[in-house]
Design a protein around this ligand. Sequence first.
Ligand SMILES: Nc1ncnc2c1ncn2[C@@H]1O[C@H](COP(=O)(O)OP(=O)(O)OP(=O)(O)O)[C@@H](O)[C@H]1O
Length: 315
Amino acid sequence: MIELHELTKRYGDKTAVDGITATIQPGAVTGFLGPNGAGKSTTMRLILGLDGPTSGHAHVNGKPYSTSKAPLAEVGAVLDAKAIDGGRSARNHLLALGASVKVGPRRVDEVIDLVGLTDVAHRRTRQFSLGMGQRLGIASALLADPEILILDEPVNGLDVDGVQWLRGLLTDMAAEGRTVLLSSHLMSEMELVAERLLVIGQGKILADSTIRDFIQHSAVGSVSVVSPDADRLIHLLQGDGIAITTTGSERFQVQGMGTRTIGDIAFQNRLRIHELAPHAGSLEEAYMAMTRDAVEYSGTHAHTPASTTVTGALR
Ligand SMILES: Nc1ncnc2c1ncn2[C@@H]1O[C@H](COP(=O)(O)OP(=O)(O)OP(=O)(O)O)[C@@H](O)[C@H]1O
C-alpha cells in the first residue's frame, strides 16, 4: 500500500506537488493521470525516495521507502526506460541488478522470457529501441517479484503486442493482490487496464475514485434521439444545464437529461420517438472535462464544429 499525506514538493517558487493526500490500495491497478507538468513524475520520485518532500510524507507499507530492508522486493519501478547503462547486454544488466538482491540467473532468464526479450538478451542495450528499453525496465522492476509496481508511462514505445502483454501482466498482478500505480496519457489504454484513478492538476488532486464513478459523475454521458418530430421535441427539452446537438434532420444528442425523462416528455406531448440510446461517455471525455482548467501547456488548433449546438450550457 502507498500512502501520501499532505505531500508537497516545491522547486524554488514552483510548487510541483501541492498537499496530496491519498492511499493507493493493493488489489487494483490505479491509473495516475494529469496534464503535462501536473506533478505525476515528481510524486512517483517522492514515493521512491529519489527526491525529498518539502513537507508531508509518502509511505510505502507504512514507512518511508528509503528505509526498506528489501527495496526491490517491496517496489519495482520504471520511471525512465532510457536510464540504463547501454554498454551491457540486457542479461548482464539484469544479472548485475539481481546479484545486489540475491536474485540468481534462473529468475533473470525467467523475467527476460516474461517480457519477451529472450532473442535479444545478449545484445547491448544501447542498440535497444524505446519499446525494448521499456520491456527491459519492466524486467528489472519484476526481478525480485515486488508487492508494488510503479510505472511512469510504460506504454510509451511499446508495439500493439507489447501493450496487450503489459495490460495482462498488470491486471494479473493486481488480481494477485499487489499494488499497481501507473501513469499514462493514453486514456483508451487506461480505461482498459485501470480500475481506480488518481487525477492531479497543478500538483493538486482533482479526483480519487474508480474509473466507473469518475465517468458517471462527470456528466459527459449523453442520449442520442431519433424522432420524426425532432424540432418540436428539441424545443420542449431545452432548459438550464441541457445541451442539445443536432446530428441529422431527425437525429440529435442530449446531454444533461436521461432517457426516462426524454421518453416521458415525448409521450406527454404525443411526439414520436424511433430511437433513444444512452451513451456512457468515455474516460477521455470525462478527463478532458475535468482537467480543462488545470492544463498549463496547451496547443492551439482550428476548431470546426461538426454539428450545431442548439441550446444550453454543459453541466
Ligand atoms: N528537478 C526539478 N526542478 C525544477 N522544477 C521541476 C523539477 N522536476 C519537476 N519540476 C517541475 O515540476 C512540475 C511537475 O513536473 P512533473 O515532471 O512531475 O510533471 P508530470 O505530471 O510528470 O508531467 P508529464 O506528463 O509532462 O511527464 C513541472 O512544472 C516541472 O517543470
